[in-house]
Structure formats: structure tokens, C-alpha cells
Design a protein around this ligand. Structure first.
Ligand SMILES: [Zn+2]
Ligand SMILES: [Zn+2]
Length: 270
């Protein structure tokens, strides 16, 4: 099983990423939630370039990726789940839940620690909101996330299947919940009982500081309800609310080179 995962890991990831990207890109054009304010090709080029750069930076900086870390932990019998020898399906379920919980708290931390906020802020300074916003993160914040993820895999003893599924799910849901997709109200309401929907996460990208300090969840909507950070809707409508961070609302925030130095720039809205 582990050999099969190791051999086909890259192809599984790429096929699911491309399939989901195409599906959402078409859906956004057919059923848009908002009218884009800025040039799409320019933003997409920057957002996708930074995503490619992040993949490269993580590969160079980490001697071991998530799946390889899980195999090492299993081999050496490290981690809680390896010690307890839980069933494979339970290993996947527990890791999916705890990984998502860790991402939730990491995200909250990125909003309250001033220097971390400067790096995470780049994700929020996208002046439009679509599926490519989901891959727009500063390389430094991606390195922190990768370190936390590998530590979690080893401490918990996640299986190779669990980390691969968790990474693919995160990749797909990040595209989905950042998409400029108008879901019927009833569908949004039902999905939101369990999952973070585009409307729920869009609130988190509002220029309003109360709104962008709400809805931190990435996959399961329950963490925000449980920890009191849930906000159902923005003050303005989804079509009219302002997206981004005050002080970074000009066209510069669509340029790749500017995005990399943005953490070192000051804004009027911390
Ligand atoms: Zn955030
Ligand atoms: Zn986001």
C-alpha cells in the first residue's frame, strides 16, 4: 500500500488538482458570485506563479515531505496512532480531523501575532476572490505550515494514506471555498452544516476587521462554531462587500514581485 502511494503520489495530486481547477474555473464563469474588479489574467499569473514558487521552496527546504515522514514514523513506530495500532480507516479519520483543527488554530495565530500577520496578510490582500486566491500564500507562511504539518504527522503517527488524503482534500477545499461561485442559498446552508463554503470563507476576506477576524476554518465549519469565531454573513451583500485589506487595495497587489515584499510594507489596517 505504502509503495503504491509513494509511486503514484505526484500523479494523484496533479490529476485531482487539474480536474478540480478546470471544473471550478468553468463553474465560476457560468455562475459568478461577484463581478471581478481587476484583470483576471494578471492576478491569475501572480497567484499561480506564487503557488509554483511555494512548491519549489518547500521541496528545497524540507528533506522529507508529508508522505515520506509518515512512512518513516510507521517504520520506527513513532507517534500516538502507530503506538495504539488503530485501524487504517480510523487513522485517516483522526488525522483529517486533527490536521484541520491544527490549521484552524494556526490560522488564528497568524491573525494575532503581528509579524506572522504580515506574512499571512498577503493572502488577504488579493483584491478579488476566486479559486486562485486559495493558492496565494507567502512562501514564508507556507514553510511554517509545512513544518507544523510534518511535526503533526510524526507526533500523531499518521499513515501515508492519511497525509496524502489530508493534503489532497486541503488542496481541493482551498480552491472550492475561495471560488467565486454562486451556490443556491439552500445548498450553501446544507453544505455549511459540515463544510466551509465559498460564502462562509469570503466573509474572512472582507476589508472589515471584525469580518476578517471571523471564519478561520478551512475544511470543517464546526471549529468556528465551537470556538466562537463564526459569522454567518457579511454586513454588506456578497456581491457588494469590499475584499482585501485597507492600505493594499490598489493594482500593485496583483503583481508577483510586490507580493513577495509586501510583509515588509506598512498598512493602515493591522
Ligand atoms: Zn486569514
Ligand atoms: Zn482565504
Amino acid at each position: 500500500m505504502n509503495n503504491l502511494i509513494a509511486d503514484s503520489e505526484s500523479s494523484i495530486r496533479l490529476a485531482i488538482f487539474l480536474g478540480m481547477f478546470l471544473l471550478l474555473a468553468v463553474a465560476e464563469v457560468l455562475f459568478p458570485r461577484r463581478k471581478p474588479a481587476y484583470s483576471k489574467p494578471k492576478r491569475w499569473l501572480s497567484n499561480l506563479s506564487i503557488s509554483a514558487l511555494n512548491t519549489l521552496v518547500v521541496r528545497i527546504s524540507f528533506p522529507i515531505a508529508g508522505v515520506a515522514a509518515a512512512m518513516l514514523a510507521q517504520d520506527r513506530q513513532w507517534g500516538l496512532l502507530n503506538q495504539l495500532a488503530v485501524a487504517p480507516w480510523l487513522n485517516i479519520l483522526i488525522f483529517l480531523l486533527l490536521f484541520d483543527l491544527a490549521i484552524y488554530w494556526q490560522h488564528r495565530l497568524f491573525h494575532v501575532v503581528p509579524w506572522l500577520w504580515r506574512f499571512h496578510r498577503m493572502h488577504h490582500t488579493d483584491v478579488d476572490y476566486d479559486l486562485t486566491t486559495g493558492s496565494r500564500f507567502h512562501p514564508f507562511s507556507i514553510l511554517i505550515s509545512a513544518a507544523i504539518k510534518i511535526a503533526l504527522v510524526i507526533v500523531l503517527g499518521a499513515s501515508a494514506a492519511a497525509i496524502l488524503i489530508a493534503e489532497v482534500v486541503l488542496n481541493v477545499t482551498a480552491m472550492f471555498n475561495h471560488s467565486n461561485l454562486k451556490l443556491p442559498e439552500g445548498v450553501d446552508r446544507v453544505l455549511r452544516i459540515i463544510l466551509v463554503t465559498p460564502d462562509m470563507h469570503r466573509v474572512h476576506h472582507s476589508t472589515d476587521s471584525i469580518e476578517h477576524n471571523s471564519n478561520f476554518g478551512f475544511n470543517f465549519s464546526g471549529w468556528d462554531r465551537l470556538f466562537g469565531s463564526y459569522l454567518d454573513q457579511p454586513k454588506m451583500s456578497h456581491a457588494d462587500m469590499d475584499i482585501g485589506i485597507n492600505g493594499f487595495l490598489d493594482e500593485k497587489s496583483t503583481k508577483l514581485t510586490y507580493l513577495l515584499i509586501q510583509p515588509f510594507k506598512n498598512s493602515s489596517n493591522p
